[in-house]
Design a binder for this molecule. Structure first.
Ligand SMILES: *Cc1c(COP(=O)(O)O)cnc(C)c1O
Length: 452
């Protein structure tokens, strides 16, 4: 104990460290307050380790290094690129969809030059930003008109606020979805001032249930796609056609929250069929809303397509101004949509390139990784993620690596530059080539190599 007291006494004071020339240099780079905070944190840690073990001798060099490390950790940006080796294609925590090369270029062009965001070149007068994605969305979906807002949750809030405030919205009990991050459809509806009327049971809702719930004050029939869970067994939901027919018959609106909103049939890749936007439009619903950064593979956005009279009311609502998107979103979204028009989405949109990548191609990559850094190639599954296609997966080939402590290995990979995010199964670290970009492979392999 006496040893420890002696060691504690030998620790320099904050003031004496502040006088040090190396610390003076750090103050120039950061700020006095931040440096003092870092010195205190480092001295606290030194005290803790002295009390924990009599053997520690804390030299000044080690203290200095510790203070510098604390400061550089604090300066690290909280938003930075990572390598996604999880095999989850639309990984919400890792930023959902990656943009195509031409969407990236469009974004850069819009960022660095003045543009026609709200300017009509023909008249030389003020234009409307709402026109931009309108034409191509109409062409691709068959809808009469379109509107782009901040994300799909805000699309839903806008639709409910503008068209059902103080009135009843009928929804099936089987569709009261929590969309992730703790956000639930009923809470969103309450916020918009619409009154939620739940009908049917968790597993079965019939069109007669909707019919029986209608009152003078009903405004809308809402379908919410069960995008992140799957019901099997004794289940029933009315078709969109039946829902639309009932709405039309009673002078109500039919609205479809598709969630992911694919423009391409996912069944061709052995996945479940995710309802497409075109199908909902063809079924005759008044409005369809979906995300820009799920299966569409574009920037974060909420896209609303449908009947022009309903959309005109949305565009006039004050919330439309609050939820509007900026030039960067329009630029990236339109460039993404162009890939669908040119029928090249499978090759150009990263989400679809990853979904459609062949197992042989993935296996070849996994084998080349194994040849360079060791490990075994095993069969596994990639998932689409992002609240789409729950319970279905794509067969993949994984690099499986044995480590004494897989948790520790995962932590080390997250500490690499750039960080690598992988997963563990059956005590092994697993890396899925499907979501790793070709230009990231060298860094990924270097991170794995530096572990052994
Ligand atoms: C993902 C999802 C949302 C929310 O979309 P964001 O673009 O993330 O706001 C809403 N409804 C459903 C059914 C969804 O799947």
């Amino acid at each position: 104990m006496n040893d420890r007291r002696a060691l504690l006494r030998r620790l320099p004071s904050v003031d004496s460290l502040l006088a040090h020339s190396a610390i003076q240099e750090l103050i120039k780079l950061h700020s006095r307050d931040l440096v003092v905070e870092a010195i205190r944190a480092q001295l606290d840690e030194a005290r803790r380790s002295i009390l924990g073990s009599a053997q520690v001798d804390i030299c000044e060099d080690a203290l200095m290094q510790g203070i510098e490390d604390i400061l550089s950790r604090r300066q690290k940006p909280t938003l930075s690129p990572v390598i996604n080796a999880t095999g989850v294609i639309i990984h919400t925590n890792l930023g959902r969809a990656l943009l195509s090369k031409s969407a990236q270029a469009a974004l850069l062009a819009a960022a660095g030059a003045y543009n026609t965001l709200e300017f009509d070149l023909e008249t030389g007068k003020r234009g409307s930003r709402l026109v931009h994605a309108g034409r191509i969305l109409r062409d691709l979906t068959g809808a009469e008109d379109a509107l782009v807002v901040n994300n799909n949750a805000s699309a839903l809030i806008l639709i409910l606020s503008a068209l059902a405030k103080g009135r009843e919205v009928i929804i099936s009990r089987g569709q009261l979805v929590e969309i992730g991050g703790g956000f639930r459809i009923p809470a969103i509806m309450r916020e918009s001032g619409a009154e939620l009327v739940e009908v049917g049971t968790t597993n079965r809702t019939r069109i007669s249930d909707y019919e029986a719930a209608l009152t003078e004050n009903s405004a809308m029939l809402l379908r919410v796609h069960s995008s992140n869970f799957k019901q099997v067994g004794f289940v029933e939901q009315p078709t969109l056609y039946d829902l639309t027919a009932l709405a039309r018959d009673r002078g109500l609106l039919a609205v479809d929250d598709l969630g992911s909103g694919s423009l391409i049939d996912t069944a061709q890749f052995g996945l479940d069929h995710e309802p497409t936007v075109q199908e909902s439009v063809a079924a005759g619903v008044d409005l369809v809303c979906f995300s820009g950064d799920k299966l569409l593979g574009g920037p974060q956005a909420g896209i609303i397509v449908g009947r022009s009279d309903a959309l005109a009311k949305l565009k006039r609502h004050p919330l439309a101004r609050a939820l509007r998107v900026d030039k960067l979103t329009y630029a990236a979204l339109i460039a993404t949509l162009e890939h669908y028009r040119r029928d090249e989405a499978l090759e150009e949109v990263p989400v679809w390139r990853m979904i459609s990548r062949s197992l042989e191609d993935i296996r070849e990559t996994a084998e080349s990784w194994a040849a360079q850094v060791g490990g075994l190639v095993v069969s596994g599954e990639s998932t689409v993620g992002g609240g789409s296609l729950p319970g279905t997966s794509l067969p993949t080939a994984l690099l499986a690596i044995e480590r004494d402590s897989p948790d520790r290995a995962l932590e080390q990979l997250r500490g690499a530059d750039p960080p690598v995010v992988a997963r563990i199964a059956a005590g092994r670290v697993l890396l899925d080539p499907r979501t790793v970009l070709p230009e990231q492979e060298t860094d990924l392999l270097a991170a794995l190599q530096s572990q052994v």
